[in-house]
Design a protein around this ligand. Structure first.
Ligand SMILES: CC(C)(COP(=O)(O)OP(=O)(O)OC[C@H]1O[C@@H](n2cnc3c(N)ncnc32)[C@H](O)[C@@H]1OP(=O)(O)O)[C@@H](O)C(=O)NCCC(=O)NCCS
Length: 174
């Protein structure tokens, strides 16, 4: 039974309203478990509904990875900065439930987002990652993202100064 579950295909699709409780739970699991997301307050479902509506209105995709109807994680991108000349650059985010990490799901989500972004006319994808998040940095390196900056002590959480690592790559396939 377990073996069958592990080999079942992973499906990537656009998120729907019914996925928002999972997305909220994943965000909150990551926020509560360390310094990966520079935020301390946990999201309410109402806040996630507003976040999702805003994404939909502005044409930025939210995608979920699921296996046998179980959401494993989600990914999205958004404007990097507001001024119009930045419209060809976006910033991505990807988060999985803890138990589904290390199975290639994050890789699939990022590759899917890069394809969607390119089709939308986005040329550069940026990722802003806490310097202690070596797993995510390694994943981005493997996908061809380059280190383009480091901002020391730009955030504070859990009584620690946090350094932000900036990585980027073009959206065209490599
Ligand atoms: C970061 C995250 C999205 C990666 O997704 P994932 O599905 O676990 O990663 P993958 O299985 O696709 O890993 C691909 C490669 O990335 C690297 N990697 C991923 N997680 C790693 C970890 N914890 N430690 C070291 N390397 C890691 C490895 O090189 C791995 O390749 P390998 O398994 O062949 O060695 C996921 O672990 C996660 O949700 N973490 C918590 C939230 C988070 O950090 N989000 C990103 C914020 S920038």
């Amino acid at each position: 039974m377990n073996e069958q579950k592990c080999t079942a295909p992973i499906l990537l699709r656009l998120a729907q309203e019914k996925d928002l409780p999972d997305i909220c739970a994943i965000f909150n699991e990551v926020i509560a478990s360390g310094n990966t997301i520079y935020q301390t307050h946990l999201y309410t479902l109402a806040e996630i509904k507003n976040w999702f509506s805003s994404k939909c209105e502005r044409g930025y995709p939210v995608i979920v990875a699921e296996r046998e109807n179980q959401v494993l994680g989600f990914g999205s991108y958004d404007a990097f900065r507001a001024r119009e000349s930045y419209k060809t650059t976006a910033e991505l985010a990807v988060h999985l439930y803890k138990q589904y990490r290390g199975q290639g799901v994050g890789t699939k989500i990022i590759l899917d987002l890069l394809t969607r972004a390119q089709a939308q006319g986005i040329h550069v994808m940026v990722s802003c990652i806490d310097s202690a998040n070596t797993g995510s940095i390694r994943l981005h390196e493997r996908l061809g993202f380059q280190h383009v900056g480091r901002m020391p002590e730009v955030a504070r959480k859990n009584d620690q100064w946090l350094d932000l690592v900036i990585m980027q790559r073009t959206t065209r396939s490599k």
